[in-house]
Design a protein around this ligand. Structure first.
Ligand SMILES: Cc1cc2nc3c(=O)[nH]c(=O)nc-3n(C[C@H](O)[C@H](O)[C@H](O)COP(=O)(O)OP(=O)(O)OC[C@H]3O[C@@H](n4cnc5c(N)ncnc54)[C@H](O)[C@@H]3O)c2cc1C
Length: 457
């Protein structure tokens, strides 16, 4: 029997969007007004834009994992697990807890913010051999993997093995791929000095993209500057090129080149979390089609935002434009959706989401960076100051800010370190293992499960 009479608000996902929403709800709603519950597989909010710096060891993993339990004022109930399906009619979310128990969580309002997963294509060998850059575990894994390639190449007497271990391929010329290639190239460039048996000339990083330009959002001049910086550092950039085939020891490019490598990092875009498909509702390119108020038309109390939702971009003045999947939008949408949930709860009118893009910052490691805050093009140190200043101020807690700043200072003074932890050695490292993409139910399975178990109220 349901002993709770307060409306139940369920937020799915503790990323930029979900955490902003929860914190705003906690601040603006009195405890008597509603119960707030958050479903999240991890006990932290991950600051994704700094993930490449974790992969390169400039930052420790913990410094960008912002605790969800930092303050006593946080009163949201947290369910440790992942939502694997939502029955919109029954208003039940099906959750797999971290102990693999499947539970039903009824709600009156649901805010869907499960973000996105790495987008893959039907390329032979891709899902078996590529690593993603979307989770903390992936970043930590890649770091160990890259350092282990240097260790193994150093120990090997076989020139072919050495050559293949010292070539690295990153696919995706957006900010995630470009920053990843740039930061990791810096790491191997610095590390190789500690391996006197290795010829630094054998280390080669490839950055490839099917598009004709890297990060087209930067514009012609700044995009060329970024490209120039990377080329100067020895990163081979191939545009208009993708992967035709991936294997354990080589990758074939679509232009016919076969690159011997054991490292393929795939950052060629994202798609909405598979949770969205379990709703059986209308989508735009996989993202849930929501109104400018971020509610799902025809379904009372359902909201979606961030990377998982197609939120109309009203600031663009073009009816078909939707907000790009960026942290900038996700966190603002988080606050805005909280206000709209509260408005609905109190019988007031909701407001549409409007935000004009503030620009882009791209940290290429060291003093290399390009930034375009509010349309102003910056390069080098000023761009780096803006990039780091922006990320630093966007971190949610003072502890996270202090950890990140301390790590940056330590790295600037003491340089990189090349410790391979071995924590994840010999573990399965496919995309689906890190991103749990096969955990979800089909809409029919959700319905059957919910009908079979009955609503638990
Ligand atoms: C390497 C990298 C660099 C980036 N750099 C930038 C940048 O410089 N600037 C910028 O604006 N954007 C950047 N982005 C994009 C930005 O991080 C995303 O757009 C943003 O994180 C989206 O926020 P979100 O809340 O929708 O999703 P996320 O922040 O991804 O949060 C989703 C949350 O939901 C959880 N979750 C997933 N599935 C479930 C489930 N089934 N049940 C419960 N919880 C679930 C996840 O664990 C996660 O905590 C970058 C992304 C990457 C990967």
């Amino acid at each position: 029997m349901n002993t709770v009479t307060r409306p139940r608000i369920l937020v799915v996902g503790a990323g930029f969007a979900g955490v902003e929403c929860v914190r705003r709800l906690e601040r603006k709603l009195s405890p008597d007004e509603a119960d707030v519950t958050l479903v999240t597989p991890f006990a932290y909010q991950l600051y994704l834009p700094l993930l490449p710096q974790v992969a390169s060891g400039v930052l420790t993993p913990q410094s960008i994992a912002v605790s969800l339990r930092r303050s006593k004022k946080y009163r949201t109930r947290i369910i440790p697990g992942g939502a694997i399906g939502v029955d919109l009619k029954a208003k039940v979310c099906v959750i797999r807890t971290i102990t693999d128990r499947i539970v039903n969580e009824p709600y009156d309002y649901i805010v869907l913010a499960p973000g996105s997963i790495t987008r893959t294509f039907d390329i032979p060998g891709l899902t078996e051999h590529a690593f993603g850059m979307k989770t903390l575990a992936e970043a930590a894994y890649i770091r160990d993997h890259v350092i282990s390639q240097l260790d193994l190449a150093d120990a090997s007497q076989d020139p072919e093995e050495r050559a293949s271990r010292l070539q690295f391929v990153v696919v995706g010329g957006g900010y995630a791929g470009t920053e990843t290639a740039a930061c990791l190239q810096r790491l191997t460039h610095a590390a190789v000095k500690r391996y006197p048996r290795l010829d630094p000339g054998l280390i080669k990083w490839h950055l490839i993209d099917i598009a004709p330009k890297l990060m087209p959002e930067l514009g012609e001049k700044l995009g060329s500057s970024a490209q120039e910086i990377l080329r100067r550092r020895g990163i081979e950039i191939s545009l208009g090129t993708s992967i035709a085939k991936a294997g354990p020891e080589e990758v074939t490019f679509t232009d016919g080149r076969v690159v011997p490598t054991r490292t393929l990092i795939w950052t060629a875009g994202v798609v909405a979390s598979p949770l969205i498909a379990t709703l059986g509702a209308e989508t735009v390119k996989g993202r849930l089609a929501v109104a400018p108020e971020m509610n799902l038309p025809g379904n009372d109390g359902v909201f979606a935002l961030g990377d998982s939702a197609a939120v109309p971009d009203l600031a663009k003045g073009d009816d078909s434009a939707m907000c790009p999947p960026t942290a900038q939008h996700a966190l603002r949408q988080g606050r805005h959706v909280a206000d709209n949930v509260i408005a609905t709860l109190r019988g007031q009118a909701m407001k549409p989401y409007v935000h004009k893009d503030l620009g882009l910052v791209v940290d290429l490691g060291g003093t290399d960076a390009v930034s375009k805050p509010l349309g102003i093009e910056l390069r080098g140190l000023p761009a780096q100051a803006v990039a780091r200043g922006y990320h630093w101020s966007a971190l949610r807690t003072n502890v996270a800010k202090t950890r990140v700043m301390t790590n940056w200072l330590l790295n600037a003074v003491a340089g990189d370190d090349f410790v391979r932890t071995g924590f994840q050695a010999r573990k399965a490292a496919r995309l689906k293992d890190f991103e749990y993409t096969d955990a979800y139910l089909t809409p029919e399975q959700v319905r059957e499960h919910v009908e079979g178990t009955g609503r638990q109220e």
